[in-house]
Design a protein. Structure first.
Length: 105
């Protein structure tokens, strides 16, 4: 008999609470990025930890606002954005890691 696969993401009340908290932390990071960049990085770290604990996804508008490697917020010039062929290349200036996203021109 085949085992039923458990869905990795479900619509639980904890998930909706976690998503609202993640969105709130990203908004706080955006507001405070110019004055206290280290605090905005801390907010992103907290949002990432919530994501890992609850196994929920970060919403797409917020997905390209931080570095997944060093968890720094890219709000205050910490990123270089270039186009390369059919890709948008984001380079984190804090850790020098590169993220590429496909786009259709």
């Amino acid at each position: 008999m085949e085992q039923m696969r458990k869905k990795p993401y479900s619509n639980k009340p904890e998930e909706s609470l976690a998503l609202s908290r993640i969105i709130h932390l990203f908004e706080q990071a955006r507001q405070i990025a110019n004055t206290h960049p280290e605090l905005s990085d801390r907010y992103i770290t907290l949002a990432w930890n919530i994501k890992l604990r609850t196994r929920c996804k970060i919403p797409p508008p917020y997905n390209r606002q931080f570095c997944r490697y060093c968890l720094s917020y890219w709000g205050n010039g910490k990123v270089r954005i270039r186009t390369q062929g059919r890709h948008v290349v984001y380079t984190c200036l804090a850790c020098k890691k590169i993220r590429r996203f496909v786009y259709k021109p």
